[in-house]
Design a protein around this ligand. Structure first.
Ligand code: SF4
Length: 257
């Protein structure tokens, strides 16, 4: 049973709360707060601006960069990516490189001993399936088919596939990383214990199926999770969401002014 919170909302936020329970088709009988989600988007847009920048990377570059980004910060991901591409300028060269050398080059990324052979395996599979490494064929597939292909690659899960599909191919999917997940569950848009896997599906069901809107939502929550609603030290006192946030409402100890 979810607790109903009494939150102060400004006059333009006094709209009926359109909470709903996900239907049986999702297998998630969970109550979601759609009205709160829209309030959060408006407030974070006011704080950070509308987010419109897609990736300039090709789908293949985005795919490999996303593998390198797993459990790794952006600066280290980019260092690993650039070191790899400077030594091996083509993906074919990366695929046939000595694995130990590739592992050393991507050392700034965490778990290079796992990622080096995985990257080579992914590239080899794509070449075997399609003859090159451009991933151009994804443009001819439906979003569902493109996602299914990406997720059939070794070590590529929902999150990695959605990064490629949204940021490089502008398809209507929603990547839910640790920041998007944390902000969504702490504020109460989703129940606190919703898993990251379920959050992918639930949040997508609450948002317009428009890549521009999904990109904006992802980046706003990413920025907020990275800069304010951090894992260990959320700065609730200076947060623009504190009057509508379930976590703050519960009086959970927070940090900063
Ligand atoms: S009030 Fe605190 S927990 Fe809530 S969104 Fe802001 S920083 Fe996160």
């Amino acid at each position: 049973m979810l607790r109903v919170r009494q939150v102060q909302r400004s006059s333009d936020e006094q709209k009926p709360r359109k909470n709903f329970t996900a239907g049986t088709n999702t297998n998630f009988p969970i109550t979601m707060d759609v009205a709160l989600l829209h309030i959060i988007v408006r407030r974070l847009e006011a704080a950070y601006g509308r987010q419109t920048r897609y990736s300039t990377k090709s789908p293949m570059d985005q795919l490999i960069a996303t593998i390198l980004s797993q459990r790794t910060n952006y600066a280290d991901e980019m260092q690993a990516f650039n070191q790899m591409r400077e030594r091996f300028p083509t993906w074919e060269e990366v695929a046939s490189a000595p694995t130990a050398e590739l592992e050393a080059l991507i050392q700034p990324s965490r778990f290079p001993e796992l990622k080096a052979p995985r990257i080579q395996e992914v590239i080899r599979r794509i070449i075997a399936d399609h003859g090159d490494t451009e991933l151009r064929f994804l443009n001819d597939l439906t979003t569902e088919a493109a996602q299914a292909y990406l997720m059939s690659l070794p070590g590529v899960g929902y999150k990695t596939a959605t990064f490629v599909l949204l940021f490089s191919l502008r398809r209507p999917v929603l990547p839910v990383d640790t920041h998007v997940h944390r902000v969504s569950t702490r504020t109460g848009v989703l129940p606190f214990k919703t898993s990251q896997e379920k959050a992918h599906i639930l949040l997508l069901s609450m948002l317009p199926k428009d890549p521009d809107e999904l990109l904006n939502f992802h980046k706003l929550l990413f920025h907020h999770g990275q800069q304010v609603c951090t894992f260990s030290y959320p700065r609730c006192h200076s947060c623009v969401l504190k009057d509508v946030c379930a976590y703050y409402d519960k009086g959970v100890p927070t940090f900063g002014k």
